[in-house]
Design a protein. Structure first.
Lengths: 257, 245
């Protein structure tokens, strides 16, 4: 993979308003289960925000609410001040990857991206650019069903980058990537944020997150445990892992009382 | 909505699924028509091709195959998870549904015309081989072909609605086939007054199947169009409200 900036990214762009992402008082119940409860946090431009929590904490549900795929029962989730579905050209503002498999396995990687490009009125030349950028150029004409897990992640990322967005929302993007891929992704996201863009990235790889995030949002059982800059959490000496377990542990005991 | 239609058209043409479904339709129509050609036709008899029973086969099968095409336009996306990037690019889900209806409707025209053409070609060759003298009346044939196109397009759109409602590919296709093959006949047997208004019977009536209980073709078009509106509006409502979790 290459670490060059893409297309228009080098052009001076208007700074993003802050917060880039705002989740305010969001509650979502699925039948009897409360997946997210009165959750509020913000994502600022210019930094990478890590979204942490145990399995089933409600991370994916929150990201889906942010992207207009799931409707919250209460509260609001906005990107650049608007609900996702009200953004005039959403994929030119927000790029997102939610699952490793989100393509028809019989379609080639390149055609998958061409389908998405058509829906957002993005020229096919841009498809070749993002394929090159994520390092899938050599596999672009193969059926995506034959891709390895890491290649699937790269294809998802290529789809997110198609519209040259200002905000990236990624659910476990490092899953299945090889060490080079993880490093490429980290460099890319840090560089992307440094240009004044916003990144919200979930992961349960805490050591990876410690190297990637500037700010951390921790949730557990659908509720906010802590939002803080990374250095404040780790307090200079603790690892993110130690801080994470301490926080979720204290949260569990508090809940039990 | 032009962008969504362009995207849907690319979906349809960048896997072979729709081509295989079409190939299957043409194969079954061809074999079926060859098998049905009237054994009673004698040498030197004069035969009006538009009155031949083997033409009913493409008429019935084309509707079934375009319905499956319509069902798959959504169930394929739910099955493979591609519904997520589709909705991220086009958050207005009704627009996505509309684009699918337009696209599979267009494909249904191709399916219907080719199926009718294959049946006519196989039939004409088969009759000629028996030494029959085949006559062609363009007017009635064009009317048959036109009604086949209308019924196939409407059934494709109904399929889109069924696909959204059921979501599971196999369940949707098997359920829809059982409905048209068994369910409607059962209702027809129990409630003969109602039977003719069911979507499958209306489709048969449009393409000119001659049987008891069937509506006049013009009325049947209106009835099937009504079912189409119902299926797509209900589908759009479900799609709009549903969480993609």
């Amino acid at each position: 993979m290459q670490t060059r900036t893409i297309g228009k990214a080098e052009d001076p762009r208007a700074p993003l308003g802050s917060p880039a992402i705002a989740v305010r008082g969001v509650t979502k119940r699925f039948d009897e289960i409360t997946a997210v409860e009165d959750l509020s946090f913000e994502v600022r431009p210019g930094v990478v925000t890590g979204f942490l929590g145990p399995n089933g904490a409600g991370k994916s549900t929150t990201l889906r609410i942010l992207l207009g795929l799931v409707r919250p029962d209460e509260g609001s989730a906005t990107v650049l001040g608007m609900p996702y579905e009200s953004l005039p050209e959403p994929t030119r503002t927000v790029g997102a990857v939610l699952e490793t498999q989100s393509f028809n396995p019989l379609r080639s990687g390149r055609n998958h991206l061409r389908v998405l490009a058509a829906a957002s009125r993005i020229p096919s030349a841009r498809v070749d650019e993002v394929l090159e950028q994520v390092g899938l150029g050599a596999a672009e004409r193969r059926r995506a069903g034959r891709y390895s897990l890491g290649m699937r992640q790269r294809l998802g990322l290529a789809g997110a980058l198609l519209g040259d967005p200002r905000v990236l929302i990624l659910d476990e993007p490092a899953n299945g990537l090889d060490p080079q891929g993880i490093r490429w992704l980290r460099d890319f996201l840090r560089d992307f944020a440094a240009q004044g863009n916003a990144v919200l990235v979930s992961s349960h790889l805490l050591s990876e997150m410690a190297q990637l995030a500037d700010e951390v949002v921790v949730i557990d059982r659908g509720r906010l445990v802590k939002q803080a800059p990374l250095h404040e959490l780790t307090n200079g000496s603790r690892t993110l892992e130690e801080a994470f377990f301490e926080l979720t542990q204290a949260f569990t005991e508090e809940g039990a009382r | 909505m032009k962008a969504q239609i362009a995207s849907e058209f690319r979906k349809l043409t960048t896997t072979r699924s729709a081509f295989w479904l079409l190939a299957g339709l043409l194969l079954v129509v061809g074999i079926g028509a060859a098998g049905i050609i009237n054994d009673e036709v004698g040498r030197n008899a004069t035969v009006a091709i538009e009155r031949q029973p083997f033409l009913l086969l493409p008429l019935m099968l084309s509707m079934t195959f375009t319905m499956i095409l319509g069902i798959r336009s959504f169930t394929d996306e739910f099955r493979h998870g591609s519904i997520v990037p589709t909705l991220l690019a086009s958050p207005d889900r009704r627009r996505v549904l509309g684009a699918k209806v337009v696209t599979v409707g267009g494909a249904a025209v191709v399916y219907a015309v080719l199926a009718f053409g294959v049946a006519l070609a196989v039939g004409a060759v088969g009759l000629a081989a028996k030494g029959a003298h085949v006559t062609w009346s363009i007017g009635p044939l064009a009317a048959m072909g036109g009604s086949l196109v209308v019924a196939s397009v409407l059934w494709a759109a109904i399929g889109v609605g069924v696909g959204v409602a059921v979501r599971h590919q196999v369940a949707a296709i098997v359920g829809a086939l059982l409905w048209t093959l068994v369910g409607e006949s059962a209702i027809d047997a129990l409630l003969p007054d109602v039977g003719g208004y069911l979507p499958g019977s209306a489709g048969s009536a449009i393409v000119g199947v001659d049987a008891a209980n069937l509506l006049a073709p013009g009325v049947a078009v209106a009835v099937l169009a009504g079912w189409t509106v119902l299926a797509t509006v209900v589908g759009a409502q479900l799609m709009q409200r549903r969480d993609i979790a």
